[in-house]
Write a protein that binds this ligand. Structure first.
Ligand code: APR
Length: 253
């Protein structure tokens, strides 16, 4: 029995210009925690305002840098799941597919996605407070990074300013070029897959709504209801690793 509701396979098989819009649920089956799932979500266990704002970093750089390095170590130890692999297969079957992700992990890239648009930055692209790109610290593989470990952020080799995580914090603007490219893709696609996002954080959450308004068929993959139920033509109540492979095979070779 297919995980896909009636019509989903046919609709997706007809897609010519696809956008895949992903959130934290995309990486849940890789063991990377989401943000808002009850109990397991990061914001249920940590205070976003103490860890994910510019003020938090100014106030306690070691706490914030240590927490992001803990998250980065967890991502490094994780593997892309069947959903990430299916997204790469969709890109191969439909050249021109655009992947827009809210995730700051590198699992899409490690699964073969060429150039995902990172609306909220990346754990692997730190920069200094003056904006100079910096390298992530070397991977000390045996680092038993517990989630409370404080670590002093490195200093920029060019200007000496503190290096900060390359992610978009609450209250910060999204990278303009990334957001513009995401809007462009959403307004020109004929199918937008929204996968594993609660659809509550703007402006990223605008992307599926922009696609729907532009006449695209929005297909949602999420085990739970979300506000995006209202804009999706097809709603797949399943996980990313279950539903994406079922959709990818409809594209044939
Ligand atoms: N497959 C698909 N969806 C899943 C899975 C799964 N295996 N597991 C959980 N989900 C769904 C949840 O039902 C939820 O709707 O993924 C969604 C995760 O929602 P959030 O935790 O809110 O993550 P996201 O929508 O990506 O958050 C957006 O908020 O905190 C900020 O910057 C952060 O990028 C993040 C943004």
């Amino acid at each position: 029995d297919s995980v896909l509701p009636p019509g989903a396979a046919d609709t997706f098989a007809r897609a010519r210009r696809v956008v895949v819009f992903t959130g934290a649920g995309m990486s849940a089956e890789s063991g990377v925690p989401t943000f808002r799932d009850d109990l397991t979500g990061l914001w249920a266990r940590f205070d976003a305002h103490r860890l994910a704002t510019p003020e938090a970093f100014d106030d306690d750089p070691d706490l914030v840098w240590g927490w992001y390095e803990w998250r980065r170590a967890r991502v490094r130890k994780a593997q892309p799941n069947a959903g990430h692999a299916a997204v790469a297969a969709i890109e191969a079957a439909r050249p021109g597919t655009v992947v827009v992700t809210q995730n700051v992990d590198d699992l899409h890239e490690r699964a073969g996605s060429r150039a995902p648009i990172h609306l909220h930055g990346s754990l692997f692209a730190p920069r200094c407070l003056a904006g100079h790109p910096a390298d992530p610290p070397p991977d000390d593989a045996d680092a038993d990074l517990d989630d409370g470990r404080r670590m002093s952020p490195p200093r920029c080799t060019r200007c000496g300013a503190l290096v900060r995580p390359g992610v978009v914090w609450f209250g910060e603007a999204l990278p303009e070029a990334a957001l513009a490219a995401a809007y462009e893709a959403a307004t020109t696609c004929d199918v937008l897959l929204t996968v594993g996002t609660s659809g509550v954080v703007y402006p990223a959450a605008e992307i599926p709504r922009v696609a729907a308004r532009a006449g695209a068929t929005v297909i949602q993959i999420n085990p739970e209801p979300t506000p995006l139920d209202a804009v999706c033509a097809i709603n797949i109540r399943a996980s990313a690793a279950q539903a994406l492979p079922a959709l990818a095979i409809t594209l044939g070779d």
